[in-house]
Design a protein around this ligand. Structure first.
Ligand code: DGY
Length: 299
């Protein structure tokens, strides 16, 4: 078994009780190292920054299972794995609450200009309280449009009433276009697929309200970052908040210079509780397959 990142010893010992385990101790694994260390292994526990493409799968004949410690699996060529009889698993459910909570943190941060305010205070340039100073926007009475009807999208929508907002789901309550035109906050929770790449482009952004906020905690390439920078600069939308980026860890240079976008480093599932549960589920999946049982959460 190859595990591409260090995992808690309590979880690692569950694997070691059943098979020989090769754990990569460094923060990353270059493609060539991944390929050579995967030779002769039956299972792989990996993370979303490991690219499991057709070429790699072709080079490893013994591999039976790829267990991704993530709910998203756009880093894995799933059809190529399936055609070689390699089972792919992910970690749904366990990260739903953490990601929904981060989404609300970003909605609130964008609406109330938290990033901008924090930068001002730290820079020592804050001049003190004023009646018209750094006014944000209130959420009560507004519409939250959720694109993506999966667990996370629904969990985000379920929290809307706590802030007095009405939640609408794209393709359930209205079309994506109707949602873009009528929502005060648009939150993205769809997976990255060919048809969702750049779903939010210049045209989509131009359809949104000038007062609207866009939030993306799903996958970076769902939003065209160049188009978003343009829309924010031209004030076609009021603000945005991003947890994910097109070329992580690189962030579009223009976005870095804008005050009306909150930028955080892919933290959706980053709580101790959730990461522990994700690792645990990924290991349970890989163990199930090597022990001849059905995986718990196959893709
Ligand atoms: C996922 O699981 O897909 C998140 O992006 C990282 O936790």
């Amino acid at each position: 078994m190859l595990v591409t990142r260090r995992i808690p010893s309590s979880v690692l010992s569950r694997l070691e009780a059943v098979c020989e385990v090769d754990v990569n101790d460094s923060p990353g694994l270059a493609p060539a190292d991944l390929r050579s260390r995967l030779q002769g292994k039956a299972g792989l526990v990996c993370v979303l920054t490991d690219r499991i493409d057709e070429d790699l799968l072709e080079s490893v004949q013994e591999l039976k299972v790829v267990s991704n410690i993530a709910v998203g699996y756009d880093n894995i060529d799933v059809p190529a794995a399936k055609s070689r009889g390699v089972i792919v698993t992910n970690t749904p459910d366990v990260l739903t609450e953490a990601t929904a909570e981060l989404t609300w943190a970003l909605i609130l941060a964008a609406a109330r200009r938290i990033g901008e305010g924090e930068r001002l205070v730290r820079s020592g340039r804050w001049k003190g309280w004023a009646l018209d100073f750094m006014l944000g926007t209130e959420l009560r009475g507004k519409q939250l449009g959720v694109i993506g009807r999966g667990r996370i999208g629904r969990a985000v929508a379920a929290r809307a009433s706590a802030f007095g907002m009405t939640a609408v789901l794209a393709k359930t309550d209205m079309s994506i276009d109707e949602l873009l035109v009528s929502s005060d906050v648009v939150s993205i929770h769809t997976s990255l697929r060919p048809e969702t790449r750049h779903l939010i482009d210049r045209k989509a952004l131009a359809r949104m309200k000038r007062s609207a906020i866009l939030v993306n905690t799903a996958r970076g390439p769902v939003v065209d970052e160049e188009a978003l920078a343009w829309a924010l600069k031209e004030r076609l939308i009021a603000a945005a908040a991003l947890d994910v980026y097109e070329r992580e860890p690189i962030v579009h240079e223009e976005l870095l210079g804008l005050e009306n976008v909150v930028l955080v480093p892919h933290l959706g599932s980053a709580t101790r509780e959730t990461r522990t549960a994700m690792i645990d589920l990924a290991v349970s999946n890989v163990l199930a397959v090597v022990q001849g049982r059905p995986p718990i959460t196959p893709v």
